[in-house]
Design a protein around this ligand. Sequence first.
Ligand code: SF4
Length: 208
Amino acid sequence: MKNKNDKKILENADLKPIDKDLFSNAYPETVPPLNKYMEKLANWARANSLWFLAFGTGCGAIELRPLLTSRFDIYSKGIAPRPTPRQSGVFIIGGYSSVKTLKRIIRSYEQMQNPKFVISLCSCSINGGMYFDSYNTINQIDKYIPVDVFITGCMPRPEAIMAGFDKLKERILAGKTEGANKYVENFEYYKANQKKIIKDWNMPDYNW
Ligand code: SF4
């Protein structure tokens, strides 16, 4: 399926000429759904193999560790941590995000392959929480990358995180997790927001 970004070229304006050659300048593309029954089957598989990248940006990420114990036994539910963005389908923003961390969040998110889903964990990543007026805290992470599920709390207990995973599964099965396509369709919006915050933008505009 063609999309409106097909012919566009990324400027990568902040890269040195020698670095420009190292990165693709093609726009990211949306991923069209498969036919009705195959998409349902794919969504069933996606919902039952949630490999997540836990980005411990803040203190709330500590509550992810209990999920790995026998009490919560996430492996039996098809949920497992992975060490790199390339291997992960779920990105968990684990708490407040700072101006400095935002750059790493964007790089990690863009390196994940489609389809990919984002969970915003903790009040801080949703509205800044107790750091809402800090000079260095990102108050709404969904202005910079699309979020599929929000888990509120300071800090959310493991039970709340499990409920968040259940909600994500529900949304995937219902075909309501279009975050990755939304990112592409609103690419200029997200990039403009990101570049307002990140002043030393010495990276490609899209990190394939
Ligand atoms: S909401 Fe609370 S636990 Fe979560 S990152 Fe903020 S201060 Fe830490």
